[in-house]
Design a protein around this ligand. Structure first.
Ligand SMILES: NC(=O)C1=CN([C@@H]2O[C@H](COP(=O)(O)OP(=O)(O)OC[C@H]3O[C@@H](n4cnc5c(N)ncnc54)[C@H](OP(=O)(O)O)[C@@H]3O)[C@@H](O)[C@H]2O)C=CC1
Ligand SMILES: N[C@@H](CC=O)C(=O)O
Ligand code: NA
Length: 920
């Protein structure tokens, strides 16, 4: 296994120039595609034919020979087992600043160390929290000749004195206080010198800053001794030797460090050692530091030097999460990670370890465990060579992707032109120009057509990069060999990390599928041959949603949908009840999480960041609801939370609300509705809406618009999609009118039966829509358009049952009050039919063959199927090419709260299954 550290941009031109040197001499055309996953831990170049043998090992690169070339940067060899520690079993603990931030916490650390039963223990400590910053501040103040550095130094003294007074007594206390006083007076002298010079050297600064660790190590070791542990403290500057390795990095000199360690241990034998983290010395014995995350690195180096049993990094989180928990609330702690996985995750800002921390322990297969000092019951995350996969036996894709991470504030640069294809040296020239401006290349992608190379750099560096490329390729651009150097700003990277992705077909497909379903556009893709990481570039504003979508798809296998309900009237409220009753079952049985994030009525709305409690929503909406604001509502449901998919369920009968569907679908918001207005409104709007729906991955479902919960749309779509040809659809489409004519018998008053239908919840919010035939006409139009007929509502002749004098009634109440005066008109029609042995039925017809529709009151013989209905039954007969002798008939209750809400609910489940929920 080759050791790798992140490859900085300056390596790229060297890799590419070696390749182009080969290309210039090679007979085979060698460059097809290049790609590096954004972690910079690996770069892969794929060749069409031939392999440049001179690349097998050059300078610091270690190329693997296969169908591809992998470059890793080698680290120095580690020494063989040191004699002094041979046979001893050391365990290493590292405690960061927060772990030793107060007297109480230091005491707690001592307890943890004491309770570790290992034969020998080495404890690496950071400075008490905030002390390192205080020390840097002292230097800053002295350097800028700010006299307050003296007071600031007093504060440092007081902090450590107070801690020692809390924890120590007797000889241990006086000895520490005397050392502390000497250190402080030395520091005073040094800071005075810095003050006078108005300047500080790096070694002076490192010397001053390192005191925080010296004091915390001494205090902890005294506390351990006080508790009966045989313990010494180690100033790691006496042991750990490092050499600068450029760009704020150092390389440990293991051979020299080991020699010094042997000497130190022979002079200071003890069962436990408390060592200072972060600080070290140069080969010339000048104090230095291990730079960023130095204490973790110290612990890892010590782990390697001691061939430790285990290195435990104590921190304030339960372990490594499957994604940033601030962005994905369902992120879970990973019990196990391989070194490579931890490495990749850490690159993407996961709260793991700096990659260089892993290198020393990886060599000797020493596991690192990350644990939470504030939650000892959490087992933490174990990082080792071949982790036992906790979910392996589930045999699903979860096994192969461990976690997800993101990097923001990037820009993509796309260098494009037909003149690039087959021209050796182009990549080398591009990255040489990037290197010249010191920009860091985070990800690279080139399609094998070779017409463009695209790469990501930090946003702040992109201007300089574009300028450098334009200058470098000025001639090619003006000659047209390159068509453009384009910058795509505001991008983010999303990476999926997992060691087993390599050997598993379908991982990328699942990833991209989840992104497509969340309506996320992918701008660029990179995946190295090792496949530890698949990287995609997306727009910054889509990044968190993308992260949630892929996380829930892979890791949780849960389809989470944020639901916004508009119109909590009869149907809306019934749907909310059904959701409440079914939510737990759906979560458990089909891994589907339908979370209602907002409820909006015409006057008030209720919003929640985590999901509305559906057992109390009505009271809370009424009492605590805020003023309705549709835009804010939609933004809230779609934006500010942790669920990747959004659906708006429109349970109003409003045209204004329906007019928003197009915009919502365009924004990636799914729409479900029993409201007929959009599909029966102006034809051009309808066609635009359906065209958008067909083009996008966003869903628009409206089963309950015809026949309420009856599977009418579903049946029709199945017939059409399987290639059947619809000849005619006819039936009783109105639950209200069906109920009325089924019950308008035995000399009952027509108006009385209308009131019953309204009370039963069958009518439209305005029952005149039912009686006037408008509701049926809308259903006829919806079905006709579904069959491909381009009809407007006004194309349908409709026989209204609203008496002419009432057509201008001001309100529903006024209309209902006046209706009884017209009971005799309709009673006469009913009587005439009765006398002929017939019944009245209000029917709708879609005549596909002749491209027209009609809505009217007809008479049917009592034996006719339409005469056999009861309650609010709808009956719809599809005559098709396949069903031409006997029509396909769907019959059942076609109105009412429960069945309609049930139809809407089934659309929600259809959406969930389209978004990846398992079928039941
Ligand atoms: N009843 C049935 O059997 C069937 C009904 N449908 C359809 O279901 C839909 C709902 O019907 P139903 O529940 O009976 O009607 P309701 O009148 O009981 O409920 C309508 C709801 O919509 C709200 N609302 C109206 N306009 C707006 C607006 N502009 N913005 C926000 N909210 C608004 C109302 O709020 P507020 O109360 O504050 O005014 C009310 O909560 C209709 O489209 C109907 O055609 C479909 C099939 C069957
Ligand atoms: N008012 C409608 C309700 C369903 O669309 C009806 O009566 O059918
Ligand atoms: Na239906």
């Amino acid at each position: 296994m080759a050791f790798s550290t992140p490859i900085s941009s300056s390596y790229l031109p060297r890799v590419y120039s070696q390749l182009s040197a080969h290309e210039a001499t090679s007979e085979t055309k060698s460059r097809i595609c290049l790609s590096n996953a954004s972690s910079l831990l690996q770069r892969t170049l794929t060749y069409k034919a031939g392999f440049p043998s001179h690349l097998e090992r050059r300078e610091s690169f270690n190329f693997k020979v296969s169908a591809s070339v992998t470059t890793d940067v080698s680290t120095p060899e580690l020494p063989v087992t040191p004699s002094v520690v041979k046979g001893d079993t050391w365990s290493i603990h590292k405690f960061g600043g927060t772990c030793v931030g107060t007297s109480e916490r230091i005491y707690n650390v001592a307890k943890i160390v004491t309770e570790d039963n290992s034969e020998r223990k080495l404890v690496v400590v950071s400075a008490m929290s905030k002390v390192t910053d205080m020390m840097y501040d002292l230097i800053e103040k002295a350097q800028s000749r700010d006299d307050s550095y003296e007071l600031a130094l007093d504060a440092v003294f007081e902090k450590h004195k107070a801690t020692a007074l809390d924890l120590l007594d007797g000889e241990e206390l006086s000895s520490f206080l005397s050392i502390l006083s000497i250190d402080i007076s030395n520091l005073k002298a040094m800071l005075r010198a810095i003050y006078i010079a108005g300047h500080v050297t790096e070694s002076f600064s490192d010397f001053v800053v390192g005191h925080g660790e010296l004091w915390s190590a001494q205090i902890l070791s005294s506390v351990l001794r006080k508790g009966g542990v045989d313990c010494n403290w180690m100033d790691t500057r006496d042991v750990l030797i490092v050499t600068p390795a450029g760009s704020n990095q150092v390389d440990p000199d293991y051979t020299e460090s080991e020699k010094r360690l042997e000497k130190w241990l022979s002079q200071n034998p003890s069962k436990a050692v408390v060592a200072t983290g972060f600080i070290a010395s140069t080969p010339q014995n000048i104090p230095t530091t291990l730079k960023r995350d130095g204490s973790d690195f110290s612990a890892a180096i010590m782990g390697a030097l001691f061939r430790a049993r285990q290195v435990t990094i104590w921190t304030d989180v339960d372990g490594v999460y499957s994604a940033d928990p601030r962005k994905v609330s369902e992120a879970v702690i990973l019990n196990n990670l391989s070194y490579q996985e931890a490495w990749e995750m850490s690159y993407f800002g996961a709260n793991v370890l700096h990659p260089r921390t892993i290198i020393p322990v990886m060599r000797y297969d020493i596991p690192i465990v990350i644990r939470n000092i504030f939650n000892l019951s959490a087992p933490g995350t174990k990082i080792s060579r071949s982790p036992v996969n906790e979910i392996e036996d589930k045999k699903n894709l979860v096994t192969y992707v461990k976690g997800f991470a993101t990097i923001d504030n990037l820009a993509l640069v796309n260098v494009e032109g037909t003149g690039m294809a087959g021209v050796p040296g182009t990549a080398s020239a591009i990255f040489a120009a990037v290197k010249d401006v010191g920009a860091n290349v985070i990800m690279i992608s080139q399609a094998s057509s070779e017409h463009s190379v695209c790469f990501a750099v930090p946003e702040k560096e992109v201007k300089a990069v574009a300028k450098a490329l334009e200058a470098r390729f000025r001639q090619a651009l003006s000659a047209g060999r390159l068509s453009q150097v384009a910058v795509i700003p505001n991008c983010s990277i999303l990476a999926a990390v997992g060691q087993k992705m390599a050997s598993t077909p379908g991982v990328s497909a699942t990833l991209f599928n989840a992104l497509a379903k969340a309506n996320i556009n992918v701008r660029a893709i990179a995946q190295g041959c090792s496949e530890y990481n698949i990287t995609v570039v997306v727009k910054k504003e889509d990044c968190v949603r993308a992260l949630r979508a892929v996380h829930s798809r892979f890791y949780l296998s849960k389809t989470s949908i944020a639901v916004g309900i508009i119109g909590p009237g009869l149907i809306g409220a019934t749907l909310l009840n059904q959701l409440r009753e079914q939510a737990a079952v759906l979560k458990e049985k089909s891994n589907t999480d339908l979370r209602v994030m907002g409820i909006l009525g015409s006057k008030k709305m209720l919003l929640s960041d985590t999901g509305i409690d559906l057992s109390t929503w009505k009271e809370v909406h009424k009492e605590k609801g805020e003023k309705t604001d549709l835009e804010k509502f939609v933004q809230h449901v779609h934006g500010n939370h942790f669920i990747p998919n959004t659906v708006i369920v429109d349970c109003t009968a409003s045209t204004d609300v329906a007019d928003h569907y197009h915009d919502w679908l365009r924004e990636g918001i799914h729409v479900i509705t029993p409201n007929k207005k959009a599909n029966s409104g102006p034809l051009d709007k309808y066609l635009k809406l359906r065209a958008l729906q067909r083009q996008s991955f966003t869903h628009y479902f409206y089963e309950a618009t015809v026949g309420a919960g009856l599977p009418i749309m579903h049946t029709l779509r199945d017939l059409l999609q399987t290639g059947d040809k619809i000849v005619r659809i006819e039936g009783i489409f109105s639950g209200t009118l069906s109920y009325i004519f089924n019950n308008f018998v035995d000399a009952r008053a027509f108006s009385e039966v209308v009131m019953e239908a309204k009370a039963a919840g069958y009518t439209e919010p305005d029952p005149r829509d039912d009686l006037a035939g408008t509701d049926v006409a809308r259903k006829v139009i919806i079905l006709a358009r579904e069959c491909g007929l381009n009809l407007e509502l006004s194309d349908i002749p409709v026989q209204s049952l609203v008496p002419d004098p009432l057509k201008g009634s001001a309100s529903v109440d006024e209309f209902l009050q006046q209706l009884p005066s017209f009971d005799t008109d309709i009673a006469e029609k009913q009587q005439a039919a009765e006398e002929a042995g017939e019944v009245l039925r209000y029917v709708g017809v879609v005549d596909v063959t002749n491209q027209k529709g009609v809505v009217e009151l007809r008479r049917y013989k009592k034996k006719h199927p339409f005469a056999q209905l009861s309650g609010s039954d709808n009956i719809i007969a599809f005559t098709t090419e396949r069903y031409n002798k006997q029509p396909l008939i769907v019959r059942g209750p076609g109105a009412g709260a429960e069945v309609t809400a049930g139809g809407v609910f089934s659309d929600l489940l259809r959406l969930a299954s389209n978004l990846g929920a398992p079928s039941c």
